[in-house]
Design a protein around this ligand. Structure first.
Ligand code: B16
Ligand code: MG
Length: 216
């Protein structure tokens, strides 16, 4: 039996699906600026910070001459659209099975934290009605280096005074699992097995997570 004391949850793709809102906001921005953008490119932005996301979009458009200040401006424009869209988030947007997992962890006295790359994480959590669940919130403001760097997960664990080997990270992004493994934590991925070669466990969806199997 592992002595697991903390579960760190990613937000987008694990607790709720804000990827669709990110898609709509990026698509509107790209249409405005005459840039190519589609759902395939959007998939590459999972777990990636806002500024790194726009760099991936530029790479897709083969544009390497846009000044950094313009990229920041465009990313800010996208964020204004995104902030409007997430006003629509309600508790009905919680992914199936997540409340059950939170309840089981609470029963076992295992701590629960958020480890999201999003600077809008707190607003989303508030609209989902789950602010009270978390013992600690790590978001896009917490550290400088984003996933795949282990910094965010290490920061969260340190704040709760729990050593990395006693932590489990639940993630839907390859960069997130890489971050968990370089932090020395257990990495549980949501998605297709073939995409997550470094994960300790992979489940198709959140409702399939087997907490006993993970903690054994
Ligand atoms: P923001 P996660 C990530 O959330 C999203 O998956 C990613 O698409 C987004 O670019 C990133 O947050 C930053 O979000 O623009 O709101 O700061 O999966 O780490 O919860
Ligand atoms: Mg995610």
């Amino acid at each position: 039996m592992k002595d697991i004391q903390l579960f760190i949850f990613d937000l987008d793709g694990v607790i709720t699906d804000t990827a669709e809102y990110h898609y709509l906001a990026w698509k509107e921005l790209c249409d405005d600026k005459g840039l190519l953008f589609d759902r395939e490119v959007n998939e590459r932005l999972r777990g990636v910070s806002r500024i790194d996301s726009i760099k991936i979009i530029m790479e897709h458009n083969k544009k390497d001459d846009i000044p950094e200040t313009t990229l920041v401006e465009w990313a800010t424009e996208k964020n204004e659209r995104y902030k409007q869209l997430i006003q629509k988030v309600t508790p009905n947007d919680l992914l199936e099975g997540i409340t059950d997992i939170f309840n089981k962890l609470k029963e076992k006295n295992i701590k629960i934290a958020l480890g999201s790359a999003s600077k809008n994480a707190k607003a989303v959590i508030k609209n989902l009605g789950i602010e009270e669940i978390f013992d600690f919130i790590g978001d896009g403001y917490s550290v400088d280096r984003s996933k795949p760097a282990p910094d965010l997960f290490l920061y969260v664990a340190k704040n709760l005074n729990i050593s990395p080997e006693k932590c489990v990270v639940i993630e839907d992004a390859v960069a997130g699992i890489e971050a968990a493994k370089s932090a020395g934590m257990l990495g549980v991925a949501i998605g297709k097995k073939e995409d997550f070669t470094k994960a300790d466990f992979v489940y198709n969806s959140v409702k399939d997570i087997d907490l006993d199997e993970v903690s054994k």
